[in-house]
Design a protein around this ligand. Structure first.
Ligand code: ADP
Ligand code: MG
Length: 240
């Protein structure tokens, strides 16, 4: 579980998030939504330990991540997989090398074991026979899948998806959403999904957290989100 307590984050004189309290429960999806600039990326970067808050705490499995030594922080970071918006595959590495990278950096597995793990993860994301393909030979949807295989290769407890369907055509977007829910069930992973995509919000059916004006203005399920009379929420849902 991730718990955020009285979190205030800003830059210079600008406050981005003020006195935020939030629980991200285990083994389900939490969706972070809000207008561009509302602090979604700042929030997840602080969860990854990349942005230090002005005040407040972030507890990952009850450990306050800003009160520990960097060595321990690294072991906590390994619990979090990240799917970047642009997939962020290394262009000069083939599919195998891209997915194997975290294993080579963080584990002592043999080449044979690494190949075995990479093949298993590729299978999980619905890909086969593409170990030697280069990123430029892959479609947008395939790149996302390869990036997803890389994000789960160290078997993280948490995975953060930054706008997983943005830039994909509807078919690929739908497939990625199916994959997110499938992985969530298969791997018992805790997913944090940043998205604008209503289809993604509906289908991943998680806890919805909406940020606006430095605050959490909604924290609840889809049904309540859909019925709330808040102006910002209605605008987000296209009802105004
Ligand atoms: N490293 C930074 N330095 C200064 N300001 C930043 C930095 N990162 C984000 N901000 C500001 O914080 C606010 C929230 O940004 P961000 O979290 O990226 O929004 P979004 O919800 O679109 O992901 C914006 O006003 C942005 O300009
Ligand atoms: Mg962002």
């Amino acid at each position: 579980m991730i718990r955020i307590e009285d979190l205030t984050i800003g830059f210079d004189n600008q406050i981005v998030l003020k006195d935020i309290n939030l629980t991200i429960p285990n083994n389900q999806n939490t969706l972070i939504v809000g207008q561009s600039g509302s602090g979604k990326s700042v929030l997840i970067k602080s969860i990854e330990g990349l942005i230090k808050p002005w005040s407040g705490k972030i507890l990952i499995n009850e450990t306050d991540i800003f009160s520990i030594k960097s060595k321990m922080m690294n072991s906590i970071r390994k619990k979090i997989g990240m799917l970047f918006q642009e997939s962020a595959l290394l262009d000069s590495f083939n599919v195998f090398q891209n997915i194997a990278l975290p294993l080579k950096e963080h584990t002592k597995y043999s080449e044979k074991e690494i190949l075995n793990i990479v093949n298993k993860k590729l299978k999980l994301v619905g890909l086969d026979n593409i170990l030697h393909k280069m990123p430029h030979e892959l479609s947008g949807g395939m790149k996302k899948r390869v990036a997803l295989a890389r994000a789960i290769v160290l078997e993280p407890e948490y995975i953060i998806y930054d706008e997983p369907t943005t830039g994909l055509d509807p078919t690929n977007a739908n497939e990625i959403i199916s994959l997110i829910t499938e992985l969530q069930n298969k791997l018992n992973i805790t997913s944090i999904i940043i998205t604008h995509d209503l289809e993604c919000i509906k289908r991943t059916a998680g806890k919805i957290v909406m940020l606006s004006s430095q605050k959490i203005i909604f924290d609840g399920n889809w049904q309540d989100f859909n019925n709330v009379s808040n102006y910002e929420v209605k605008k987000f849902l296209g009802k105004l």
